[in-house]
Design a binder for this molecule. Structure first.
Ligand SMILES: Cc1cc2nc3c(=O)[nH]c(=O)nc-3n(C[C@H](O)[C@H](O)[C@H](O)COP(=O)(O)O)c2cc1C
Length: 180
């Protein structure tokens, strides 16, 4: 099973990108997780789209289409979806052939706060309804107090978080089997 991972943060030291890398290591047998580069996606402009979809968008759409499922790992910005991620999803939601249609999606995120991205995850679920994706409902994975859960090498050291990320990946496998 091929998963395409999105980090909602472009920051080099991003905890969310670290969590995505941790998921790569935690992938069960038969699962591969690649990481999408969303840093080259332009700001959404429907005039630009009408004149011809930007190459970076076309390439990312193809990557999503080729994946069996998508894993989104995102910070929470002002209680919601970071602009870079929302902008990317906006491009991917537009014709031709919006690739999230019918796609299995797993959502998690890391933040230094208490609720560990709960609010952005709920907003992302709403966006995924419009994009007609199938989002895994359980387990919910909120990586709170994230700075204490990774070591200096950027590796995930918190066992409880590793366990629940593994469970999320298995749930994505199961949902994919169910929706085809
Ligand atoms: C513009 C902005 C808004 C933020 N808003 C929130 C927020 O609403 N909730 C929260 O828990 N953290 C918030 N934070 C803190 C981020 O969770 C924190 O910077 C986190 O480390 C970002 O993820 P990253 O390490 O993957 O870059 C905000 C940070 C920025 C830059």
């Amino acid at each position: 099973m091929k998963i395409l991972g999105f980090s909602g943060s472009l920051r080099k030291g991003s905890f969310n990108t670290l969590a995505l890398r941790a998921a790569q290591k935690l992938a069960p047998a038969g699962m591969e997780i690649a990481i999408a580069d969303i840093s080259q996606i332009p700001l959404y402009n429907d005039d630009v789209r009408a004149a011809g979809e930007p190459a970076a968008v076309t390439a990312l759409k193809a990557q999503v289409r080729a994946a069996d499922a998508v894993l989104i790992v995102t910070p929470e910005y002002n209680f919601s979806i970071p602009g870079v991620l929302k902008n990317t999803l906006d491009w991917l939601s537009r014709p031709p052939e919006p690739p999230f249609d019918g796609k299995v999606v797993g959502i998690t995120g890391a933040s230094p706060g208490q609720v560990g991205t709960a609010r952005v995850q709920y907003h992302l679920r709403q966006v995924m309804v419009f994009m007609n994706a199938f989002v895994v409902n359980k387990p919910e994975v909120f990586i709170n107090h994230c700075a204490g859960k990774f070591n200096e090498q950027g590796e995930l050291t918190d066992e409880a978080t590793a366990k629940v990320i593994s469970e999320l990946l298995v749930a994505m496998q199961k949902l994919k089997t169910r929706v085809g």
